[in-house]
Design a protein around this ligand. Structure first.
Ligand SMILES: [Fe+2]
Ligand SMILES: [Fe+2]
Length: 200
């Protein structure tokens, strides 16, 4: 099973399942992710699959997402139970795993998709690139976004740290609950940052 076959399939599914606005977001994230990969000499192919899949179920009804979680024996956490729309990442990851089980780098891609909303202490660059591109693609508008876009070209780990920070700031200001993955994302990104600082 090659990336092009999977990408074609996902593209078709995406067109059937999301509206024009969400499609534009995915196109923006693809473009952004490709630039990040080029700047840091990373293989774009697994990232492309993750970006195409990440918001596939973003506009499915909450009942459908909860039903899928049950079918996959996925236990939603406290925050996901309260806001089932957050399940679109985990369900998309489980879908990929069941549908394209023998795709190369499946685990990295699924980890990226599963935790794209919260962030995670990602074991691979695929998750970091998707998380950052999802947050800074050209359709996003917030005061810090330009600074983050510049940082993405220079230092992916630093940009990941700052994007996680920005999202946690945003969530706490709005009095939203934090997803557990956000805490792992922050601690992981901070650990990498501290190791780099020590070497300086
Ligand atoms: Fe999403
Ligand atoms: Fe997204």
């Amino acid at each position: 099973l090659c990336y092009n076959t999977v990408a074609e399939h996902l593209r078709k599914l995406l067109q059937e399942n999301v509206g024009r606005k969400r499609l534009r977001h995915v196109e923006g994230a693809l473009h952004c992710a490709q630039e990040i990969c080029a700047a840091h000499r990373l293989d774009f192919q697994p990232v492309r699959i993750a970006v195409l899949a990440h918001d596939l179920f973003r506009h499915h009804p909450q009942e459908w997402l909860l039903q899928q979680a049950k079918a996959y024996a996925y236990q939603p956490n406290e925050v996901e139970r309260q806001n089932p729309k957050l399940l679109h990442g985990p369900i998309a990851a489980l879908f990929l795993e069941s549908r394209f089980g023998n795709m190369p780098h499946l685990q990295e891609i699924c980890e990226a998709v599963r935790y794209h909303t919260s962030g995670w202490d990602f074991t691979s660059y695929v998750g970091k690139v998707l998380f950052v591109a999802d947050g800074i693609e050209m359709g996003r508008e917030y005061p810090e976004v330009e600074r983050l876009r510049e940082l993405a070209r220079v230092d992916l780990d630093h940009c990941f740290l700052e994007t996680v920070k920005q999202q946690i700031h945003f969530a706490t200001r709005k009095h939203y609950f934090l997803l557990p993955g956000s805490v792992y994302a922050w601690n992981g990104a901070l650990r990498v940052w501290m190791q780099k600082e020590e070497k300086k």
